[in-house]
Design a protein around this ligand. Structure first.
Ligand SMILES: Cc1cc2nc3c(=O)[nH]c(=O)nc-3n(C[C@H](O)[C@H](O)[C@H](O)COP(=O)(O)OP(=O)(O)OC[C@H]3O[C@@H](n4cnc5c(N)ncnc54)[C@H](O)[C@@H]3O)c2cc1C
Length: 463
């Protein structure tokens, strides 16, 4: 049968709100963007389609990227304040150095949701949950507002500046910003459904790895590291997986990835994988959710049978949704490349500093490629500014990068730092009555530094 189309009749929509700054998406970038924009009392609204804020910070992942490859802290400002709040509730670890991931900061997913909402409401941000950004209101090439869809129907929210923190560039895409998706063949990093096991003897796990390096070989992280750290990420154990495969196990990845939780005996498992899922297509997403759930049983059995410390492990909980690593990226005023990352490039419009390596989970097959630059690289403001559409900024994993550069900047600490920059830029644009693309970036950098964000000193050479 031919694909049918139906024309929706034009209709008049009620305007629910008119705000100064509208942040769409309440993940790591959106939470921080909204707080930054609201600092001087502007009218700021944050929209989120789920029943909670936090985005991928609620799926059992550690925050990566607070520390650089030289061990120094390179993300500070509002992101650090968020961690401080979590830590005050015993819901965040210190930033721990890791030779593979640079900085690991463990967080408690439920506390992320609570603290996120608490900080937003205390900052005066109007938080609207259960609403999906379904369309845009354009005036020529200027974005005037967005159309939301919810139980209350279709409504409009108008704003002077909009920050797209949806991870999928939903606003930008609908507004007509050119977007790219995946690598040259359209291949995207595959998604993972995280799950958590309790009753794991994490001491036995780490000491076995530390003391028996030949049996328990890890990728890139020296085995002795595990003898010195009781909060850690294990990546590797490939020979155990090989043995399990020979014994008939079906495992979707090449590497065992295990992350200690903050609570005793807790391990988050990052090992499901469904190649070929397109996170912008509901049919594909549904397939991903079903398939990833089916993979959990085999992975759990593998861990219990082959990995030390899992003998008495039991399933406790899983992430509320399939974790999407990659979908759309905007084409902005500057597109960050693999070379920018690997050459530790500096930009005179730098608004954040990152250091996480290129980390591409292969679109097909179960492996991954990692490449480090040895230090830090800048994220330029121009990569947050989309082409073709005015009044819009983008923060988080869907800024303007290539497929490869995205694999590095996507981790949560830099996403939070981009959120802070975008929120402050939006605020400046509203105050000055100009488009965010026209703000004085040196003034933005000054404001970031005054609020304790980290940027590299100007006297260090700028490319
Ligand atoms: C399996 C997996 C493992 C990863 N491992 C790590 C790790 O260990 N450490 C790390 O730091 N990073 C990790 N990452 C990367 C990191 O989690 C993401 O890149 C990061 O969370 C992106 O932040 P964001 O704010 O751009 O988007 P997100 O975290 O995706 O947040 C986007 C928010 O916007 C909302 N939203 C989306 N569309 C709409 C819409 N149309 N209307 C309203 N709301 C909308 C979503 O519900 C969500 O809350 C991993 C990612 C995955 C998937």
């Amino acid at each position: 049968m031919d694909k049918m189309n139906i024309t929706e009749p034009a209709r008049t929509l009620p305007v629910r709100a008119e705000v100064d700054v509208l942040v769409v998406g309440g993940g790591p970038s959106g939470i921080i963007a909204a707080q930054a924009a609201a600092e001087d009392g502007l009218k700021v609204m944050l929209l989120e389609s789920r029943s909670f804020v936090g985005g991928n910070m609620t799926i059992g992942l550690p925050i990566l990227g607070f520390l650089g490859q030289k061990g120094n802290q390179i993300i500070k400002g509002l992101p650090q304040k968020f961690i401080d709040r979590l830590a005050a509730r015993d819901a965040a670890s210190e930033h721990r150095y890791c030779p593979l991931h640079m900085g690991i900061t463990l967080v408690e997913p439920e506390a992320v949701k609570t603290v996120g909402l608490e900080m937003l409401t205390q900052s005066g941000v109007d938080v609207l949950l259960y609403v999906f950004c379904a369309g845009v209101v354009m005036d020529g090439d200027t974005l005037r507002g967005i159309i939301i869809e919810s139980k209350a129907g279709r409504e409009v929210i108008l704003a002077k500046v909009i920050v797209d923190c949806t991870g999928d560039a939903d606003v930008a895409y609908r507004a007509g910003v050119p977007c790219e998706q995946g690598n040259e063949q359209g291949g995207m990093q595959p998604p993972t459904l995280m799950f958590c096991l309790g009753g794991v003897d994490t001491e036995k796990l780490r000491m076995s790895i530390a003391e028996e390096p030949r049996t328990y070989l890890t990728d890139f992280i020296p085995n002795e590291y595990f003898g010195q750290n009781n909060q850690f990420i294990v990546v590797g154990l490939r020979s155990l997986m090989q043995k399990a495969r020979e014994d008939g196990f079906k495992l979707p990845v090449e590497r065992t990835i295990l992350i200690t939780g903050l609570r005793e005996g807790e391990i988050w498992v990052n090992m499901t994988r469904v190649s070929g899922v397109d996170g912008t297509d509901p049919v594909s997403l549904s397939h991903g959710e079903i398939e990833a759930r089916e993979q959990i049983e085999q992975i759990q059995k593998y861990l219990i049978k082959y990995v030390p410390g899992f003998e008495n492990a039991r399933f406790t909980k899983m992430a509320p949704f399939l974790g999407i690593r990659e979908t759309r990226r905007i084409v902005g005023e500057y597109t960050m490349t693999r070379d920018d990352i690997l050459s530790c490039r500096r930009f005179d419009d730098a608004i954040a500093v990152a250091s996480y390596p290129l980390d591409i989970h292969h679109p097909q097959g179960g492996d991954c490629t990692l490449e480090w630059c040895g230090d830090c690289y800048d994220i330029p403001f121009r990569s947050l500014v989309p082409q073709k559409v005015k009044n819009l900024l983008v923060a988080g994993r869907c800024i303007s990068t290539t497929h490869e550069a995205m694999s590095a900047i996507r981790v949560m600490a830099p996403c939070m730092a981009m959120g802070e920059a975008a929120g402050r830029a939006a605020k400046m644009a509203v105050h000055d009555g100009i488009a965010p693309s026209d703000i004085d970036v040196q003034k933005l950098r000054k404001e970031l530094l005054e609020h304790d964000a980290y940027l590299r000193p100007a006297e260090e050479a700028v490319v």
